[in-house]
Design a protein around this ligand. Structure first.
Ligand code: SIN
Ligand code: CO
Length: 378
């Protein structure tokens, strides 16, 4: 069982939060993280936005115009910015252990829905404009204060030709000032506008919800690699035609029959979904150990310190199989509880007995850079 931070929603339990608010209505949680340790600051965030493998964006509002730049940035460029700007750095849980620990607070929501941690920095007045997101999001105030305005409005008209999606007619219905440790939950499509009051950092914990179009397109790609159709077009009944350039109705019908032989079942969906959801994002590259320790040394340290998933790794499972970073595998029933624990909690302590059972798998993953010896304290 995942332990839930009992203070996260104040008097509300995580179960009550899911019933009353999740995907339904916003919730402001004062002091959700009473002793929140802002593990980033302006300088650190700027340094992260200069890295090749980290996705970052800079949004500015100047002379009544919105502009969007995409990182990696140069440090001196960001350090001399003036006016109203916001730096957004995405996917920090793949790079910072403290970010992953923060996400663990949200493990009462399935990993298949959890997306990533984005952190923003803005000087006084900085904002990304009024907008709505397609995802559920928890907006946690990390440093300074931010004025949040929200609206249930149905009007989703956007400013034309802007480089980002800004609502043209935002009409605030509720407003709050958030202080460090306060958090605002917003369901998808809920209009919001955050404005920095003094220097401000906001942590966005986002949840993915694939669109029907996106998931279907991905499934069609998957099917392409897993199709085994036999037969070939034949036309022993061919007759003379007046127009050799015409595609005949007979041909269309025969091809339709062929294509309709595409079949898939729940198993195919399961195989596809596990691989799709556990697939690392395109910018993430694993870092295999170099030099790698021997199996014997690895087992010794694994028993001493435990094993954790690499920050970029994801294990998901269904009732039948497991998926690690886009690859599916099945294991003996005896091993399943250990792998489920590692998948749920992203770390596991190991006894000699456990190492004897799953050590071979863990060592292989260690060589791929998928797991590591647990090296930091929570
Ligand atoms: C921000 O942190 O400035 C923007 C986050 C959001 O509105 O989703
Ligand atoms: Co937003």
């Amino acid at each position: 069982m995942i332990k839930i931070n009992s203070t996260l929603f104040g008097k509300l339990s995580a179960q009550q939060f899911l019933q009353k608010y999740w995907q339904k209505k916003p919730l402001l949680i004062r002091d959700a993280f009473p002793n929140f340790k802002n593990f980033l600051n302006k300088e650190k965030l700027i340094a992260l936005s200069c890295k090749e493998d980290i996705q970052s964006r800079l949004i500015r509002f100047q002379s009544r115009q919105w502009t969007l730049d995409v990182g990696p940035f140069k440090k001196h460029y960001l350090s001399q910015l003036t006016g109203h700007w916001t730096l957004l750095v995405q996917g920090l849980n793949y790079f910072l252990p403290e970010a992953e620990s923060l996400l663990k607070t949200f493990h009462f929501i399935p990993h298949a829905r959890l997306d990533d941690l984005m952190v923003s920095f803005a000087p006084d007045g900085g904002s990304v404009g009024p907008h709505f997101d397609s995802y559920d999001v928890f907006l946690l105030q990390g440093q300074g204060t931010r004025l949040w305005k929200i609206s249930k409005q149905n009007d989703q008209t956007l400013i034309p030709n802007a480089p980002l999606r800004i609502l043209k007619n935002f009409k605030s219905e509720e407003e709050w000032i958030l202080n460090p440790g306060d958090m605002l939950y917003l369901p998808p499509k809920y209009a919001h506008h955050g404005i920095a009051r003094g220097e401000c950092m906001t942590y966005s914990i986002g949840f993915r919800a694939v669109s029907a179009e996106e998931i279907t397109q991905a499934f069609l790609m998957f099917l392409q690699d897993h199709l085994h159709l036999t037969g070939r077009y034949t036309d022993p009944d061919l007759t003379l035609s007046k127009h050799p350039a015409e595609i005949s109705q007979q041909m269309i019908v025969k091809i339709e029959k062929m294509i309709r032989k595409i079949k898939f079942n729940k198993n195919d969906i399961e195989n596809f979904l596990g691989a799709y959801l556990s697939e690392p994002k395109a910018n993430l590259i694993f870092d295999p150990p170099d030099p790698a320790m021997s199996e014997k040394e690895f087992f010794k340290l694994a028993i001493q310190h435990g094993i954790m998933l690499d920050l970029k790794s994801q294990i998901l499972f269904t009732h039948k199989q497991f998926f690690i970073n886009g690859e599916s595998f099945t294991v003996h029933a005896q091993i399943k509880p250990y792998l489920k624990k590692l998948a749920d909690e992203r770390e596991i302590m190991l006894s000699l007995n456990t190492i004897q059972k799953i050590g071979f798998l863990l060592y292989e993953w260690y060589l791929n850079g998928y797991v590591r010896i647990k090296t930091w304290k929570k």
